[in-house]
Ligand binder design. Structure first.
Ligand SMILES: Cc1cc2nc3c(=O)[nH]c(=O)nc-3n(C[C@H](O)[C@H](O)[C@H](O)COP(=O)(O)O)c2cc1C
Length: 201
């Protein structure tokens, strides 16, 4: 919330309210209560909801929460056009939301200086299971671990290399083209919004 106000004061044209469900780096707040709170706090600046949104239901819900639109990361990472490794896309399709977690171990081993308050949500893999909770030991072992990690990433070994992905992996069943996704998500959201209107008289 504080950061949304800082963005407003800085003159942002659009503010993304990203919940902790998101793939990649983020904070601790959940999308559902964060989006309407940010929308209220920064109105009339348009707010874009992010984190855990991967289909028309998420888009429709976000609009109802006061967002002007949505930003999806994980869903489009598993699209035909995304530049990620094919094995990454396959892992996203196979994964369950409960197999993701926020972690710093991949930043440490890659030498990325993300602030500690913004861990990144990734799929659990062997590397993460091995080092989770042992971040200082990993830092101490960087000489050997960094080069082993780089090798694994180059070889497409995702038991070691990171797959950034959010809790919405549950909703991702296949790789589609980005255009197909946008059309399907919008159509689905439109249908839901029309059906929702029938709930009230
Ligand atoms: C593979 C991947 C890489 C990302 N890289 C960045 C990044 O470099 N900077 C950033 O601000 N957000 C990054 N994000 C977060 C997205 O911009 C977006 O906010 C997030 O994916 C939304 O949540 P979702 O994954 O549940 O759709 C990344 C997300 C993914 C999945």
């Amino acid at each position: 919330m504080d950061q949304a106000l800082v963005a407003r004061e800085a003159g942002a044209d659009i503010i993304v309210a990203e919940g902790t469900e998101a793939g990649g780096h983020g904070g601790a707040r959940a999308t559902l209560p964060l989006v309407p709170a940010v929308a209220d706090a920064v109105a009339p600046i348009p707010v874009v909801a992010a984190g855990g949104i991967a289909d028309g239901r998420g888009l429709a819900a976000s609009l109802m929460l006061g967002a002007h639109g949505v930003l999806m990361g994980t869903r489009f990472y598993a699209s035909a056009e995304a530049l990620g490794h094919e094995r990454v896309k396959e892992r996203i399709i196979a994964a369950k939301g409960g197999e993701t977690m926020q972690t710093r171990v991949f930043d440490i081993v890659r030498g990325y200086a993300w602030p500690e308050v913004y861990p990144g949500r990734a799929l659990r893999n062997r590397f993460l299971e091995r080092w989770n909770g042992r971040e200082s030991e990993l830092t101490a072992a960087l000489d050997s671990e960094h080069s082993a990690y780089q090798r694994a990433a180059k070889e497409g070994d995702f038991d070691t290399a990171v797959v950034w992905a959010g809790e919405a992996v549950d909703l991702i069943k296949r790789i589609d083209s980005a255009g197909t996704l946008v059309a399907r998500i919008c159509e689905e959201a439109e249908g839901i919004l029309r059906a929702g209107a029938r709930l009230v008289r």
